[in-house]
Write a protein that binds this ligand. Structure first.
Ligand code: NAD
Ligand code: UGA
Length: 463
């Protein structure tokens, strides 16, 4: 089958960039991205592509090239499903906040809604692609919903998980380490796999396109995220030991990373990993293992999350202890709120939890982040429901200039590794602060010797 029409349900951090790149690389395919969120679709259609709802380096240029040529953003979900041969499901799969599996299992209500909608609308055979990250064996549930429509339409379900990281989404999509496609071993399943392979083969070398059975593909995505997050928790665990022993975690990371069996990536000690997926996916893995009675497997992976929570709390405790055990009414400036640089995404950002801890200690927090809006920061704090929205807004002052944010503060905490922070005039910032002036570098991006020479009391992670 030759694919000429694709629909993607979900215009979020995955659906938007992924479909923009498919459309750019496959001008012969019409790609329609649909979402229930009208504002989000309106923003994707903003005539000025700098205003699209997701900030990713290089993305607005691709959208400018492909939009209204063969890339469309729409709220007409049913029409897009009806017209497409291939339907990608890229909706959110957050951790359940209610009922069985609360706080651990993935909430599949949005996935099920999509399956039901596809079942209702489809009049011709379709390939349904799981792009969202899903628990292993979800395809079984989707298939059961689709196969029981009674209208004779045949569906093939493929798993095609996405491995892009935010902040580098465009380069990750253009040059992926691999594309993974899982499908049924039947001839129909293999035909569906081949049809999707042909789409990616427009820009990805064939030997990078891996095909597997559906369950291996679903589980590989959770496994990849668990392994990546595990490396961060492992180095963060070492960072605490380094602080006690005089070892320097950056030196340790370099030393172990040169072992080709270990490798140098994902060994940056930090205030803790954030983002919408690592925690949710590991909790889901833990839940799945428990549901099969594999308690040792579950405990093993849960420790990655326990360590990450500890690292965030350890960072805020360190600020309080260093500031003579009280931060009440002290101004503490956060540089960065996003969960990593080059994104405006703040989901599960360590900054939110560190701010919450410090506000509990009655600190006054000032924040500067180059890409995150004021409303987003406040709603992140409100979401925790630790205190009233009014108290949050009285405790958080948001600036659009780092120098202003730092003026008169007792301490600065670097929460995101934005490149611009390394280019600042740190002497000027130091002069504008209360003395002694403290600098807590939650990302180890500043040169300790240089800022100490200015007069700062510098505390990195793991040294
Ligand atoms: P997101 O919240 O940014 O986007 C999901 C979108 O789906 C939202 O705009 C929502 O309105 C829409 N939606 C939900 N139900 C819908 C329905 N029934 N019909 C139409 N639209 C609907 O989420 P995301 O970050 O893009 O993540 C999506 C999935 O991809 C998740 O499973 C996630 O684990 C996975 N993933 C995310 C990343 C990442 O970097 N964010 C990377 C790889 C995989
Ligand atoms: C991660 C994975 O890297 C992607 O492959 C995956 O597709 C995605 O999750 C997903 O499934 O959503 P993402 O969360 O966007 O991507 O970003 P990462 O670069 O992995 O960073 C996650 C967090 O770990 C950030 O807070 C980052 O600052 C932190 N981190 C990363 C460290 O603390 N140390 C490191 O060495 C690397």
């Amino acid at each position: 089958m030759k694919i000429t029409k694709i629909c993607c349900i979900g215009a979020g951090y995955v659906g938007g960039p992924t479909m923009a790149v498919i459309a750019q690389k496959c001008p012969h395919i019409q790609v329609t991205v649909v979402d229930l969120n009208e504002q989000r679709i309106k923003d994707w259609n903003d005539p000025n592509t700098d205003n699209i709802p997701i900030y990713e380096p290089g993305l607005s240029e691709i959208v400018a090239e492909a939009r209204d040529r063969n890339l469309f953003f729409s709220t007409e979900v049913e029409k897009a499903i009806d017209e497409a041969q291939v339907i990608f499901i890229s909706v959110n799969t957050p951790t359940k906040t209610y009922g069985k599996g609360k706080g651990m299992a993935a909430d599949l209500k949005y996935i099920e809604l999509c399956a039901r909608q596809i079942a209702k609308v489809a009049k011709q055979n379709k390939i349904v692609v799981e792009k969202s990250t899903l628990p292993v064996r979800t395809a079984e549930a989707i298939k059961s919903i689709l196969d029981n429509t009674g209208n004779g339409v045949q569906f093939q379900i493929l798993s095609n998980p996405e491995f892009l990281a935010e902040g580098t989404a465009v380069t990750d999509l253009l040059n992926p380490d691999r594309i993974l496609i899982g499908g049924d071993t039947t001839p129909e399943g293999q035909n569906a796999i081949n049809a999707l392979v042909d789409v990616y083969a427009n820009w990805v070398e064939k030997d990078k396109i891996l095909t597997t059975n559906v369950w291996s593909s679903e589980l590989s995505k959770l496994t990849a995220n668990a392994f990546l997050a595990q490396r961060i928790s492992s180095i963060n665990a070492m960072s605490e030991l380094c602080e006690k022993t005089g070892a320097d975690v950056t030196e340790v990371a370099r030393a172990i990373g040169m072992d080709s069996r270990i490798g140098s990536k994902f060994l940056k000690a930090s205030v803790g990993f954030g983002g919408s997926c690592f925690q949710k996916d590991i909790l889901n893995l833990v839940y799945i293992a428990k549901s099969y009675g594999l308690n040792e497997v579950a405990d093993y992976w849960e420790q990655v999350i326990i360590m990450n929570d500890h690292q965030k709390r350890r960072f805020s405790n360190k600020i309080v202890q260093t500031l003579y055990n009280t931060v009440a009414d002290k101004k503490i400036t956060f540089l960065g709120w996003a969960f990593k640089k080059d994104t405006n995404d703040t989901r599960e950002s360590a900054a939110i939890y560190v701010a919450d801890d410090l506000i509990n200690e009655q600190a006054k927090i000032s924040v500067y982040d180059p890409k995150v809006s004021r409303n987003k920061m406040l709603s992140d704090l409100d979401y925790l429901q630790t205190r009233s929205n009014e108290e949050n807004s009285n405790s958080l002052a948001i600036f659009d200039n780092a120098y202003e944010a730092c003026k008169g503060s007792h301490a600065i905490a670097v929460l995101t590794e934005w490149d611009e922070f390394t280019t600042y005039d740190w002497k000027k910032i130091y002069d504008s602060m209360h003395k002694p002036a403290f600098l807590f570098d939650g990302r180890n991006i500043l040169n300790a010797k240089e800022v100490e020479a200015i007069g700062f009391i510098y505390k990195g992670i793991g040294s």
